[in-house]
Write a protein that binds this ligand. Structure first.
Ligand code: ATP
Length: 299
């Protein structure tokens, strides 16, 4: 189990991470979300011991993380940390050896993943000759080559096309199946919703939203009602609890403050004509994220 307890980091006078606590269990994919400068990279650097926290505790299975544990950790950094003059193979042998692996095992794993990410032909090419997306794949392979117990991925999807995002997600899910601890960061919500178990949203280093996606959506209370048909939109706008009525292509979306107002909206819709859809949906994680982050900035 990875545990952060009241972790705080100052760079000089600048507070970058503010009293952050979180737990990631085996078999869990945890999302650290936040806009630029929220404190995600700083948090990861503290977890792997590249930076020392100003306050608080970080442990893996109740032990502080130090160099003895590095062969159990895989880390994909946000900025490219590849040695671009080396070939893919040379880079991976160096990286795997540092993690205590035998060359035979490194090469076996490398062939497997290169094949999986459809880049086998780049094995003996210099990293600088690879496209950005393919360099990202090499970074990802470097992070997983030693089959780590704790996998830390800082913005893993940067520069990837949707097909390769899917492939990365598949590998992350396989690590989850193998009971590994996975923590990743992102400032985009689209993919997070599909595979993340728990998450924290950071704003200026502080956690503003925390928990499982299911619970976060439940607690958020607001709902979106999707309607197709001829309905008096002005009447909908006047219903108590209706926050907004959006005309969206062929459907109307009514945003309500709380699910208790669904019936009141339904009463108006009933009086309309040609109604073929009335569907209540949870808002997307992106909508919740924007509202939470936005609210914080407005304070
Ligand atoms: P991004 O999504 O842009 O990568 P992030 O969430 O990873 O952002 P961090 O890189 O952790 O954010 O930065 C958190 C805050 O700390 C920012 O305000 C940043 O300017 C500041 N910061 C980061 N590194 C340093 C440093 N070495 N010295 C001083 N301030 C720093």
């Amino acid at each position: 189990m990875l545990k952060l307890e009241n972790v705080t980091k100052y760079y000089g006078n600048h507070l970058a991470v503010d009293d952050l606590s979180l737990t990631v269990r085996e078999g869990e994919i945890f999302g650290l979300l936040g806009v630029n400068g929220a404190g995600k990279t700083t948090t990861f650097r503290m977890i792997i011991g590249l930076l020392e926290q100003t306050k608080g505790q970080i442990t893996l299975d109740d032990k502080p993380i130090n160099y003895d544990l590095t062969d159990q950790i895989g880390f994909l950094t946000e900025e490219r940390s590849l040695l671009t003059k080396l070939t893919v193979k040379e880079q991976m042998i160096m990286y795997g050896t540092l993690k205590g692996m035998k060359e035979k095992d490194i090469l076996e794993k490398l062939d497997y993943y290169l094949n999986r990410f459809h880049i086998s032909e780049y094995k003996n090419r210099k990293i600088k000759e690879l496209s950005k997306g393919n360099q990202q794949k090499i970074q990802f392979i470097s992070a997983i080559i030693n089959d780590p117990k704790l996998l830390i991925l800082d913005e893993p999807f940067t520069g990837l096309d949707p097909i390769n995002v899917e492939e990365f997600v598949k590998v992350m899910k396989e690590f989850k199946e193998k009971n590994r601890i996975i923590i990743f960061s992102s400032h985009r919500m689209e993919h997070v919703e599909m595979f993340c178990d728990n998450l924290v949203v950071l704003v200026k280093g502080k956690s503003v939203l925390k928990g499982s996606i299911k619970q976060i959506k439940k607690d958020y209370r607001k709902k979106n009602i999707h309607i197709i048909g001829d309905v008096d939109e002005e009447k909908l706008k006047s219903v108590k609890g209706v926050l907004e009525v959006v005309d969206n292509a062929n459907e109307i979306i009514v945003k309500i403050e709380d699910e208790k107002y669904i019936n009141d909206v339904f009463e108006i819709v009933k009086k309309g004509q040609n109604i073929i859809k009335f569907m209540v949906e949870d808002p997307s994680l992106n909508e919740i994220f924007l509202s939470k982050v936005g609210a914080y900035y407005e304070e």
